[in-house]
Design a protein around this ligand. Sequence first.
Ligand SMILES: C[S@@+](CC[C@H](N)C(=O)[O-])C[C@H]1O[C@@H](n2cnc3c(N)ncnc32)[C@H](O)[C@@H]1O
Length: 347
Amino acid sequence: MKQDLVKTISFLQEKTNLLEIKEGFVELLSQIKKSKNKNILINHDSSFVAKEFLIGEINQIVETQTIERTKYYIKRLKKSLTETKSNKINDLNLNRWKEYDDLITDSLWILDKRDKSGVHHAGYWGNFIPQIPNQFLRRFTKKGEWVLDPFLGSGTTLIEAQRLGRNAVGIELSKKVLDQTRKMILKEKNPHSINLEFLNGDSSDIELKNILPDLGIKSFQFQIFHPPYWDIIKFSENKSDLSNTKSIDEFLNGFGKVLDNCLPYLDKKRFAAVVISDKYTNGEWIPLGFYVMQEFVKRGMILKSTIVKNFDETTAKRNQKELWRYRALAGGFYVFKHEYIFIFQKK
Ligand SMILES: C[S@@+](CC[C@H](N)C(=O)[O-])C[C@H]1O[C@@H](n2cnc3c(N)ncnc32)[C@H](O)[C@@H]1O
């Protein structure tokens, strides 16, 4: 497209004849559709708008029957191209909210395909899928802000942070896991020149107070927690590893200490997320997810959302599908297909 989009829209906005306006937009639409690019240049200051969004908005203008309504849609479109409606917790321009159609706003998440791009891999047993931190970093942080992941594992959060231009600190108890993760992540490009910090230690007693000044920060703008789901997967022999706790109370107590150590370093009004599932032991469904959620609420965090997400079937489980179905029918229970993500805001 050679013409200045905003100028063309302004020119058509001045017209009083509905037919002429429509003809003008039909012509504009055909030019936009011809473009092979996913994004269209707005004007010559090199800002872009998503082609699909533009097509949707112009279609609405073309299909409208009254001049008042048509003018209203034109005004709205122009505003979305020229004005930014920003907010304090992310970089989304709410004047163009329709462009973010890949940002999930429903509480039921069915994610089929794991993002396996770059150094992301499903190899670390118990890692979460990259779409989880990707969604949250875009919704709850701005570029250049700081994120904390106290259960780093294979570093899914830090990979996404590096790609999206957020600084991040990851804490991992196992030195071996931490070293492998660091090595792997540093293979990826750092296009936004952000800082990534890899800390080896127990998230319930690591001294953030002494570490943060070295990073030149006082706090984080988002924290994401993905603890062991109690003892479902044993991560190490270390007695500080939450997967080695002997009872549910011990697990919750240990997790609570991690919260006491980390949440004071989350800015007020900012968000935290925890990814967790329930557990089945000795014929009883243990609502681990809800117990973990309570630990946040007890510490004054506001529960903003409970997301139910489909559970990645492990290969072992998939191969035993029939057996699990039989057991469920025989034992009066339901086979796990979901886990929870709880979203909180600090008062
Ligand atoms: C569920 S995994 C996290 C996976 C991660 N989200 C990923 O995508 O790779 C939990 C991790 O927490 C670590 N861990 C367990 N107890 C810990 C503690 N007290 N402090 C720090 N890390 C701990 C385990 O070694 C394990 O790597």
